[in-house]
Design a protein around this ligand. Sequence first.
Ligand code: SAM
Length: 373
Amino acid sequence: MTGVRTSPARVLSRHGVAPDYPWTVEAKHANAWSRFPASPFAAGLVLMPNHPDRENVSVTYGPISVPAAVDTFAFLFSSAAASEHGHVISIRTTLVDDVGATVADVKLLAHDQRTATTLALGRLNRASVRLCFDVWFDRFEAGDDYGSIHVLYVLGYEGNILIDLLNEVGSDKGTTRYWGRGVPHCYGVEYHRLFNDVRHEQFAVLEIGLGNTVPPADAASLRAWRQYFPNAVLYGYDIEDFSFFSQPETFVFRGDQASRDDLRRFVATLAPPPFRVVIDDGSHASSHQQIALGALFPHVEPGGLYIVEDLGWQPFAEAPTTSELLRAFSDRGTVDSDFLTAEESRYLERTVENVEICRPNDSELAIIRKTTE
Ligand SMILES: C[S@@+](CC[C@H](N)C(=O)[O-])C[C@H]1O[C@@H](n2cnc3c(N)ncnc32)[C@H](O)[C@@H]1O
């Protein structure tokens, strides 16, 4: 049985349910270069500060009623200018309720910088929340180009400890980091739902795909898993060399997820116990995802989860995509793919209990649950 869930009650964003929310917008002391779309979630919100002799530029959105589960907002900012300059721009982000209670934070951005801020609603009355941005120069240097701050992304979500950890380490599974021109995937909302009750138990976790820079300098998500699953043994698998990476009870292996030989060598060399959780955040190519699924699903413990991230992003075109494969399996109960052997396909047909496809924010992930027998 499968179905796509979009976490509507727990995530407010441009990719989620935010377009359904009506906002009013009120700008003060605006200049001709600032841009105020009708919703703070829409693309294109730009704030250029006024000359220091003038009033601060200020925009207020709302009030809106925030869904009961949404208790935290993340904001991503970048500073831009046609030419390099020496200004430093301040942006204050404030959430205000109808009796004037506030939570606020100020960030400073020099030329060509990016930053994020996170605000928790806490004591605010979420039946009526306004969102305000104010910008001014913290340091002003005479010149033609004032620069501006772009509000790249606004995300309201149900906060949890895993998202805080993912944000802290810089993984795009959280709410403040993203690859290239992408957006945060917010997978931590779903992962906490799946793992919170068992996260202190002893089990084995494997993640395929560890780095978020080229060349690799860190295994950010393994650091978050180390904190979140304090009693688990962690395994990491990546085509790049992560032998520099070291933390307690964590074993990394260099291999290509598209190579059955490498996957076999991984199991033979490290002899891991059956995995409670496997997360494929590797190349995202459908053939690679399916080869790894076929080779590793027998090494998932009964009742365990095999998760494939970023179903919608493919580095090259091929068929069936993993998304097509899993949807067809749910409809017909058969696994049909040239990327899997007949033996692997029959094993999956016998041992997959169900597939759940979730889209917390912009990107889908598949949660494949193994039967308990
Ligand atoms: C999206 S990043 C992983 C991000 C990390 N899990 C995090 O949350 O911060 C993808 C990783 O997959 C690795 N990778 C790419 N192709 C691979 C392949 N064929 N086999 C194994 N790993 C691969 C890359 O080297 C890179 O480290």
